[in-house]
Design a protein around this ligand. Structure first.
Ligand code: DLL
Length: 438
């Protein structure tokens, strides 16, 4: 462990630490952020009412729409000259979400990323290839600082220029790689096109996140590269990557950095707490952040928490791999569908690749869900299939559609595409597109 005294502290000690940090946070928010003062006053609350972490439930929640309305500085709790860096999330709907960090926040960020790297199997002797985008996105610079803080060697590859990245990896022989899971597949694709076996690079571990991915995708990436793949979670509003990460020992749920982030799960529609261990929306509080007050933020991410002990010795609770986002969930003819469930089915078919896109097609009043997926390029199965005169793509599409029907409970049109025809991801993959025909 990078910080064993914190990562394996007793639950009581952790609750004390969280309570202390929450009290400071609430005091600062009340004094410096009119938005919180107003919200607390409307509930008849003063900071002294919040004595321990259990009292967090009395505080109001923060919605994505509040963040947009408070853009740019409404939630800032530090003076303008104390802000050392800005980041922003892409903001597909209108204004981006702007986030700030004080110098201390950046130290915490680097420290938590170093902790995350070690949790996933990194050592200070390693070279680590960072292919998350650098810039306003938190992935690149976040991991970069973490690798440096760990004392390892960073390759700041950023995203894109995939052929050059492959050459760099061949020459520099990194032990670890950090990127989105879809970009790991894009990289592997380019390697194979150049007759390079991803396994020959000897990468030992990969730290993948920033987008939903399934257990089957993990297995595929691990098999192609011969590495151990860990899931990393985070969001700009709270910090960036490093809010939670899987340990390489179990790869089964992501340990939340509970000394800095307090997690709750609520019902996505009502906002009420759900019973322990049930699925719902993750609500996070940034306990130590100075630049901004982020209290009970409704992340929109759907998961559940587990408190069982982990064999790695960490005492921080784990969150399950995300099921998806509240707003990702498709309601198709009354049935709830998460794109991650579609991915799981696709990747169970050896004839198919991990390159897929879900299209929601509206034709007048009719709504149709289509899954476009490429046939696997180099898999033995596809070679055999192509060779066999009996291979009939229509029949095969129907087989996949039936598997999807059995899992999702709705009819889906499946289109099998030739290798290399769907768009490739360089960062977060765009899995869902909408088409409207009048
Ligand atoms: O994606 C931060 C990050 C960078 C995380 C690098 C991991 C690695 P945002 O751009 O603000 O920040 O997007 C945050 O991405 O609310 C989730 O919906 C989604 N997300 C992040 N990690 C995962 C993951 C970064 N491991 C939003 N699995 C979050 C599924 C993820 N979705």
């Amino acid at each position: 462990m990078f910080e064993p005294q914190v990562e394996s502290m007793s639950r009581d000690e952790l609750a004390d630490l969280q309570s202390r940090r929450l009290r400071q946070l609430v005091q600062r928010a009340y004094e410096k952020v009119p938005f919180y003062r107003r919200k607390m006053e409307s509930r008849g609350l003063v900071p002294q009412d919040i004595r321990s972490i259990a009292d967090i439930r009395y505080l109001p929640t923060l919605q994505k729409s509040d963040m947009r309305e408070q853009y740019p500085f409404g939630l800032f709790s530090a003076e303008r000259e104390e802000i050392a860096r800005f980041h922003a999330s892409s903001g597909t709907k209108g204004k981006p979400t702007l986030v700030g960090y004080t110098a201390h926040d950046l130290q915490v960020f680097a420290n938590l990323l170093a902790r995350s790297l070690v949790t996933a199997g990194a050592t200070p002797q390693d070279t680590i290839h960072v292919a998350y985008g650098y810039g306003l996105f938190t992935g690149g610079l976040g991991f970069h600082a973490g690798v440096e803080h760990l004392g390892a060697t960073v390759v700041p590859a950023s995203s894109g220029q995939t052929v050059r990245q492959v050459t760099l990896m061949q020459d520099l022989r990194p032990q670890g790689i950090c990127c989105t899971p879809s970009y790991a597949m894009t990289l592997a694709d380019v390697m194979l096109q150049h007759s390079i076996q991803p396994k020959s690079l000897g990468i030992r571990y990969g730290i993948f996140g920033a987008e939903p991915w399934s257990e089957s995708m993990r297995k595929q990436i691990e098999d192609i590269y011969g590495l151990t793949a860990c899931d990393v979670y985070g969001l700009s509003e709270l910090m960036g990557p490093g809010v939670a990460i899987e340990c390489f020992e179990e790869q089964n749920g992501l340990h939340l950095a509970e000394d800095h982030f307090y997690a709750e799960i609520c019902h996505p529609d009502t906002g009420d707490p759900v019973p322990e261990g049930e699925y719902g929306e993750l609500v996070l509080t940034a306990l130590s952040k100075e630049a901004m007050a982020i209290i009970r933020y409704r992340t929109g991410d759907i998961t559940r928490l587990k408190s069982e002990p982990c064999s790695c010795g960490r005492t921080h609770r784990r969150m399950e791999r995300l099921l998806g986002r509240r707003d990702d969930m498709l309601v198709v003819r009354g049935v709830n569908v998460y794109p991650s469930e579609i991915e799981r089915v696709i990747l169970q078919c050896p004839e198919l690749s991990a390159h897929y896109q879900i299209r929601r097609v509206y034709q007048g009043h009719l709504e149709q869900l289509e899954v476009h997926v490429e046939v696997a390029d180099s898999s033995a199965a596809s070679v055999e299939l192509a060779a066999a005169a009996s291979f009939n793509s229509d029949a095969f599409s129907r087989q996949v559609a039936e598997k999807l029907y059995n899992t999702l409970g709705i009819k889906v049109e499946v289109k099998i595409c030739p290798p290399g025809t769907l768009p490739r991801s360089e960062g977060k993959a765009v899995r869902l597109v909408e088409e409207r025909h009048s």
